[in-house]
Design a protein around this ligand. Structure first.
Ligand code: TXA
Ligand code: MG
Length: 349
C-alpha cells in the first residue's frame, strides 16, 4: 500500500541500466513514487489503480487535489480499459499521434480512481514517446498517473537535477534518462464534450490535430472560470521564484520596449535578469544577468531550453526578470511557448 507521508529517501538511478527500470517498477507496484523522463518533461508517477499511492503525488508536489492527473498508458490497448465509449475522433487522434505529446480527455472507466481525476467523470490519457517511460509502463504492467515532477506552480523539469531541486526527500526514485526532447508538456484536447476543445497547447501542434479532425478546436476556457475549469489553466504556473515581466507586441517594438524596461529597472537600483533571445545578444548593459534561450527562428530549440533557462535565471540572485514573447503570431509550438511565458509572468507590458 502507498505511504502518504512526504518524508522519503530519494534514490537517483541511471535509466540506461535495465535493473533500474525493473526496480522502479517494483516501487510503483509497492505504492511508491517514481520520477521518470517522458519526451515532454519528467513525470512523477504512481500506480493509477492505487488511490493511496496517487494521494502521495499530491502531497509530494504540494498540489491541490482538485487538479487532475494525466494517466500514462503503454499502448492503445489500455484505452478501452481506462476510458468509456472511445469515439472515432479519439481513435483517429490516438492512431495519428501516439506515442507522442498529446493527451486526450475522455469519459473515465470505473477502473480509474477518482483520486486521479480530482473526482471528475473524465480522465486525461496519453502514450508517452520515450523508451524509459515505455519500459517502466511495460515492467509495471499498470497505467501510471503522472503530473510533471515539479513542485506545484514551478517550471516543469526537463532534467533529473530539476526534479531533485524540487522533490528530493519527497519521492522514492528518480530515473535519470538525460534531458527531455520536447521540453514543454503535452497538448491536451477534451473529447468528452460535443465539440472537441483545446485545454492546453503543447508539444503536438494544434494545426496538426485540426487537420486530422477536419475542424477547428474550440479555444481553451478562460482561466479561473470556476473549480471545474481545467486546472492547468491556473494563471500562475510554470513560474520562476523571481517575478518575471513579459514584454509583448511586434518583434521590433518589443525589443525596444524590453530594453527600455530593463534600463528603467536598473535606474531604480534593481538587479535584473533577462531570458535572452539570440537576436537580442549584446543588446543589454553588462550588469544585466542573461540566460540564453535560443533563436526566435527556432521554436523547437527554444522549447527544449525554456524551463531550464527559467530555473537558471532564478539562480542569478536578481530582483526582477524580463522576457519578450518568443513567437508572434503564435502557431505550432510557438503557441505553447507564448502560453507558458504568459503563465510564468507576473506582469505584462
Ligand atoms: O507532457 C505532459 O503532459 C506531462 C508528462 C509528465 O506527461 N504531464 C503534465 O501533467 O504536464 P500536469 O499534471 O503537470 O498537467 C496535467 C493537466 C492538469 O493540470 C489538467 O489541466 C489537465 O492536465 N487534465 C488532466 N486530466 C484532466 C481532465 N480529466 N479534465 C480536464 N483536464 C485534465
Ligand atoms: Mg505540471
Amino acid at each position: 500500500m502507498g505511504r502518504v507521508t512526504s518524508a522519503r529517501q530519494t534514490r537517483v538511478l541511471l535509466a540506461s541500466d535495465p535493473e533500474s527500470v525493473a526496480y522502479a517498477a517494483t516501487v510503483i507496484l509497492d505504492g511508491g513514487l517514481v520520477a521518470f523522463p517522458t519526451e515532454t518533461v519528467y513525470g512523477l508517477g504512481a500506480n493509477a489503480l492505487d488511490a493511496t499511492a496517487v494521494a502521495g503525488i499530491f502531497l509530494a508536489k504540494d498540489r491541490p487535489t482538485s487538479d487532475p492527473l494525466i494517466v500514462h498508458l503503454v499502448d492503445h490497448t489500455w484505452l478501452v480499459k481506462v476510458t468509456e465509449g472511445v469515439s472515432t475522433n479519439a481513435r483517429r487522434l490516438a492512431e495519428q499521434f501516439w506515442p507522442g505529446p498529446l493527451t486526450l480527455v475522455l469519459p473515465k472507466a470505473p477502473l480509474v480512481s477518482g483520486a486521479v481525476t480530482a473526482g471528475l467523470s473524465t480522465v486525461g490519457v496519453r502514450v508517452p514517446d520515450h523508451p524509459v517511460a515505455l519500459a517502466l509502463l511495460r515492467a509495471a504492467g499498470v497505467p501510471i498517473a503522472a503530473p510533471s515532477a515539479n513542485l506545484f506552480t514551478r517550471p516543469s523539469p526537463t532534467r533529473a537535477v530539476h526534479v531533485l531541486e524540487d522533490l528530493e526527500g519527497r519521492i522514492d526514485v528518480v530515473l535519470d534518462g538525460g534531458p527531455t526532447r520536447v521540453g514543454v508538456e503535452s497538448t491536451i484536447v477534451d473529447l468528452s464534450v460535443p465539440s472537441p476543445r483545446l485545454l492546453r497547447s503543447g508539444g503536438t501542434p494544434v494545426e496538426a490535430i485540426e487537420t486530422v479532425l477536419g475542424k477547428r478546436l474550440l479555444p481553451p476556457p478562460p482561466p479561473r472560470l470556476g473549480p471545474q475549469s481545467a486546472p492547468g489553466m491556473l494563471e500562475s504556473h510554470y513560474a520562476p521564484r523571481t517575478p518575471l515581466v513579459l514584454v509583448s507586441g511586434p518583434p521590433a517594438h518589443a525589443r525596444d520596449r524590453l530594453l527600455e524596461a530593463v534600463r528603467g529597472a536598473l535606474a531604480d537600483g534593481k538587479r535584473v535578469g533577462v531570458l535572452l533571445l539570440d537576436e537580442d545578444a549584446s543588446l543589454f548593459p553588462t550588469e544585466v544577468a542573461t540566460v540564453p534561450v535560443g533563436s526566435y527562428a527556432d521554436p523547437t530549440g527554444v522549447a527544449t531550453r525554456l524551463y531550464e533557462s527559467l530555473r537558471a535565471l532564478d539562480h542569478q540572485g536578481t530582483d526582477v526578470l524580463f522576457a519578450r514573447l518568443l513567437a508572434e503570431p503564435a502557431s505550432g509550438l510557438g503557441r505553447a511557448l507564448a502560453d507558458r511565458l504568459q503563465r510564468a509572468s507576473v506582469h505584462r507590458l
